[in-house]
Design a protein around this ligand. Structure first.
Ligand code: SF4
Length: 408
């Protein structure tokens, strides 16, 4: 990113999303056209996320292969469970790493113990969160991915962590487990996973019932007191510092599912104007070819249709035609360079009070990139590497020497 700053007509990252609105998803040949257009635009990195990309079966591999052929560096977010509830095979994992630079597998519990529920049934935490008894399937995929990486990238200079990450979302059904995760990994012979683990707080609006009230049965957010207890328990562990050092998240905000609410206010009080730098290098395309500025202005959980309608920036399927066509590149470029996105780029955070408070995906980048922008404005042509070092050292958790870097 630093070595190759975005040009006016290019983005660095495009996220290809899947949703469930009843429209037919892009076919594999349409996806090929979209991938080609993304690469032609000058994009360097493509992230495929969900929903669950594995639901596209063999088509996913064809799209990833095309992305590699186009020179894109590709990342994949998955839960590691195929639609037939089987794990990724060793050969599939090798192929994934043939095509992808990195993979993130989402596993929100490592506890095999079934717990009695209020209705008398017994469920593991994984089953409570995911709705299926899939912990062993996900763990088999994880082990196969580790082997697949060595097979696909033998002698790779990076570490396992450069290519494989486990994302663990802390929510009401697993917050009690978090402090015991390291012990659970050791018990299950998975010690090597500890360094790959990135914890994040669950965020986003709770599901709303048809009566307009928050659904308490399917709610996922933690209580503020449970978060405070976790912070007290884990504050001496470097691995958790970015969640517990108070520099980004305040427990009451996390309990509301709006983890960046208070910090945004703090920056405003300090009189530091902050743009959303993420909008200069990311863009989201959903599974139907609709273009949005980012995941939260897209409303990737489909909880806020008003947000989604407001930030729709165009479609790669023109309304008068059913399929993505040869004008895909022009449509994508028009959205990327268009007045709607440029207007959002020029605003100070929060861009949207209802959406940005949920956003953690880009807040890390925003902190660093806003500092970088200010330094560039201050030093102009005298800006040098030392300035970057200063910014890195004043940004908690940032940089390659941090205990658990989560950006770059
Ligand atoms: S801060 Fe707001 S505009 Fe920026 S990426 Fe997050 S949700 Fe999108």
């Amino acid at each position: 990113m630093l070595a190759n700053p975005p040009q006016p007509e290019s983005g660095d990252t495009v996220v290809l999303e899947r949703t469930d609105t009843g429209e037919s998803e892009l076919t594999v040949s349409e996806l090929m056209l979209v991938v080609d257009a993304i690469a032609k635009l000058g994009v360097q990195t493509l992230v495929l996320s969900g929903g669950e990309p594995l639901s596209r079966g063999e088509e996913l591999f064809r799209v990833l292969q095309e992305a590699k052929k186009c020179g894109l560096k590709t990342g994949l977010l998955t839960n590691g469970i195929k639609p037939d509830h089987t794990p990724l095979s060793p050969d599939e994992c090798r192929r994934l790493f043939d095509y992808c630079e990195w993979l993130q597998i989402s596993i929100d519990s490592f506890d095999h113990t079934p717990y009695r529920q209020p209705d008398g049934s017994e469920k593991t935490r994984y089953m409570l969160i995911r709705g299926i008894d899939g912990l062993d399937i996900a763990l088999t995929s994880l082990k196969n991915l580790r082997q697949g990486l060595s097979a696909a990238k033998p002698g790779s200079t990076g570490t396992l962590r450069d290519h494989l990450e486990i994302c663990y979302t802390i929510q009401k059904d697993n917050i009690e487990e978090v402090a015991h995760t390291r012990a659970l990994l050791e018990k299950n012979g998975l010690d090597w996973c500890w360094d790959l683990l990135r914890f994040k707080y669950a965020h986003g609006p709770e599901p709303i019932n048809p009566d307009g009230k928050v659904s308490s049965s399917s709610g996922f957010l933690c209580k503020a007191e449970d978060i405070q207890r976790l912070i007290r328990t884990m504050s001496s562990d470097d691995h958790f510092s970015y969640l517990t050092d108070g520099s980004r998240f305040l427990p009451p905000d996390v309990a509301l599912g709006q983890p960046t609410l208070g910090m945004a206010g703090r920056f405003r009080e300090m009189g530091i104007p902050r743009k959303c730098q993420a909008l200069n290098f990311t863009c989201t395309i959903d599974a139907f070819g609709h273009i949005y500025p980012c995941c939260f202005l897209f409303d990737d959980n489909s909880d806020r249709p008003d947000v989604r309608a407001k930030y729709h920036m165009g479609s790669l399927r023109p309304s008068n035609r059913e399929s993505v066509g040869d004008d895909c590149f022009d449509l994508l470029r028009k959205a990327w360079q268009g007045g709607q996105l440029n207007e959002l780029r020029s605003r100070d955070l929060m861009i949207d009070e209802k959406a940005c408070c949920y956003c953690t995906r880009h807040i890390y980048n925003n902190e660093f990139l806003n500092k970088l922008q200010r330094a560039l404005d201050t030093y102009g042509e005298h800006f040098d590497l030392e300035n970057i070092e200063d910014i890195l050292s004043s940004t908690p958790g940032a940089g390659l020497r941090a205990p658990h870097p989560y950006w770059l």
